[in-house]
Design a protein around this ligand. Structure first.
Ligand code: GTP
Ligand code: MG
Length: 556
């Protein structure tokens, strides 16, 4: 048996251990400080960051014997957790009990010798393992169990949902099928931590943290990984200029604005990731965007990554969305369902364009939930009124203050079911006065539109901005037409009555599953013509297609 661990090499740094220890200590404290069973986003992130920093990512090239694999790695230290997944090949994520385990493993690993390539001396925590199989292993044929990292195909989801006994169960089941798993969440933090090792070549005390749907509670398996290169923790950065004494020279060199400093930082990090980042491919520098970023694929995890810097407002939006999602379980259920519905019908897209974004759609769901009677979630202004002195946050002149302590928030007792809410959501936006009014979660009430745009959704923190500025009239019309159709479908007994699934038979599509079938109204071609048909004709055709149900929907 010849076993070897090989390093994916690049530039080496090992700074930041003390920062990590302090952060982990704080996390342990915060987790025990949990209020009402809600873990704060800060505590959750710190805990995951700690785990990520003690973890390695190992790809292997031959069948693996799980027992031997563990025995082999345990020589280097206690293992807290491990799991396997398939991306471009099979990978294992292994979390050691301490960073010494990682250090010992890296110490032993061989540096590969490749004929026509030169090595960059950087010991990354991405390794490959060869020849650790055994002929007499009973597990050898099946191999280790892999954790899913992508969502089930839409056809399969439709079948699963059709087996459920109520629309409420369907909505819950969709959320369960789509939401990030614990393993996927850990992998996201691990990729941030690997990126941090690279960025630390320039900024040893930096942190790379995820934001957006990877951590706000609304991420589905397969969503992109949004990251921030956080330089705020660098010691002394916030120190005021003393009247006398030392001040640093390096900070403002050649940068005449924060934006240009961010651009230069991302530019050099982009170069570094491109040249020395193991597994990072297709690095694009998108530095002229409103929020400059690096975009690349991290092949071993399969994540599409966006790395930004100096993006504090996005961290605040992430915290806000997380808070709303934690306040009432119906928030996440409805957001997952509406996002899935929108994606299936091409209302949202992974390609940037005139489409409604997932972020806009989430804000629309939040606004709808604020407009219920009684409201399911409070307005942002109310959350601001509840804030304590420690919650105060002003970023580039924008007031981003809101309460962080969940226990201060009193909810009203709204008992609407998910089925009612889903139906009402479609009804609400099927008839919303988009031409005159703006959606505003700060006030929890529609406001007169301040500017001409087909869809106006006030940016919660940068209030002069419209988060859906990119959306054109056609896309808004499609959204409204689909809301009308879905609302109508949910009123029909053919759609809304459970079909009594029998074990072993093919389930008949019903309820939410019906709403995920291809639409009769929202196709771009013939859209105008179809809309002129009387509703009864459209709906008759729709019911026919549902009865036959032979037309598998396109994969979104
Ligand atoms: P996915 O589609 O699952 O990636 O959802 P997402 O919420 O991660 O959206 P996206 O990757 O487009 O953006 C990441 C985060 O950036 C969002 O969660 C928001 O916090 C923020 N963001 C995106 N678009 C806007 C915008 O137009 N305005 C503001 N203020 N923040 C935005
Ligand atoms: Mg995202």
């Amino acid at each position: 048996l010849r076993t070897s661990l090989k390093l994916h090499t690049s530039l080496h740094t090992s700074a930041g251990t003390n920062v990590v220890a302090a952060r982990e200590e704080r996390a342990r404290k915060d987790v025990t400080d949990e209020k009402d069973g809600h873990k704060s986003l800060y505590a959750l992130q710190a805990e995951r960051q700690g785990q990520a920093e003690r973890s390695v990512l190992i790809s292997y090239h031959s069948r693996i014997n799980e027992k031997k694999f563990l025995k082999y790695l345990s020589k280097h230290g206690d293992i807290n957790k491990y799991y396997f997944y398939e991306s471009y090949g099979i990978y294992a994520v292994v979390e050691f009990g301490s960073r010494e385990g990682v250090a010992s493993l890296l110490e032993e690993a061989a540096i590969p010798s490749v004929n026509h390539e030169a090595m960059v001396p950087f010991k990354s925590r991405l390794l490959s393992l060869r020849n650790l199989c055994s002929a007499d292993s009973p597990n050898q044929q099946s191999g280790p169990q892999c954790q899913p990292q992508t969502t089930v195909p839409i056809n399969q989801l439709i079948q699963t949902l059709s087996k459920e006994g109520s629309i409420d169960q369907q909505v819950t089941s969709l959320t369960e099928a789509y939401q990030l798993t614990e393993e996927n969440s850990r992998l996201r933090f691990l990729v941030c931590s690997l990126l941090k090792d690279i960025a630390a070549a320039y900024f040893p005390e930096c942190t790379v943290r995820p934001f957006g749907s990877s951590v706000n509670g609304f991420g589905k398996l397969g969503c992109d990984l949004d990251m921030i290169l956080d330089l705020d923790g660098i010691s002394g950065r916030k120190t005021k200029m003393p009247r006398s004494g030392l001040s640093l020279e390096y900070q403002l060199k050649r940068a005449n604005s924060e934006r240009s400093a961010t651009q230069s930082i991302l530019s050099v990090i982009g170069e570094c990731v491109d040249q020395f980042g193991p597994g990072c491919v297709g690095v694009q520098k998108i530095l002229n965007a409103r929020c400059p970023l690096l975009r690349f694929a991290h092949q071993p995890s399969g994540f599409q990554c966006d790395l930004t810097a100096n993006n504090r407002v996005a961290i605040k939006s992430t915290e806000l969305l997380y808070l709303y999602g934690e306040l009432d379980p119906r928030v996440r259920h409805l957001v997952f369902t509406v996002r899935c519905w929108a994606r299936t019908h091409g209302i949202t897209s992974s390609i940037p364009g005139a489409w409604i974004s997932n972020f806009s759609l989430t804000v629309m769901v939040l606004f709808f939930l604020q407009r219920r009677s009684p409201p399911i979630i409070p307005t942002l202004d109310h959350l601001k009124d509840l804030a304590g002195p420690a919650d105060k946050s002003v970023i580039e002149g924008n007031d981003c203050t809101f309460v962080s302590d969940f226990s201060k928030i009193q909810l009203e007792s709204n008992t609407e079911t998910l089925e009612q809410l889903l139906h009402e959501f479609f009804e609400f936006y099927a008839t919303f006065p988009f031409s005159k009014m703006s959606i505003n979660i700060r006030k929890g009430k529609e406001q007169n539109k301040p500017e001409v745009a087909p869809l106006h959704i006030q940016n919660p923190f940068e209030i002069s901005l419209n988060v859906s500025k990119n959306v054109n009239a056609t896309q808004l019309e499609r959204f409204v037409a689909l809301c009308q159709e879905s609302s109508w479908l949910l009123q029909q007994s053919e759609t809304s009555t459970p079909r009594g699934y029998k074990e072993g038979s093919t389930p008949t599509t019903w309820g939410l599953a019906t709403l995920l079938l291809p639409s009769q109204v929202a196709g771009i071609k013939g859209r105008k013509k179809r809309r002129l048909e009387p509703a009864s004709v459209r709906i008759k055709g729709l019911l026919e297609s549902l009865k036959n149900n032979q037309n598998p929907p396109k994969k979104s």
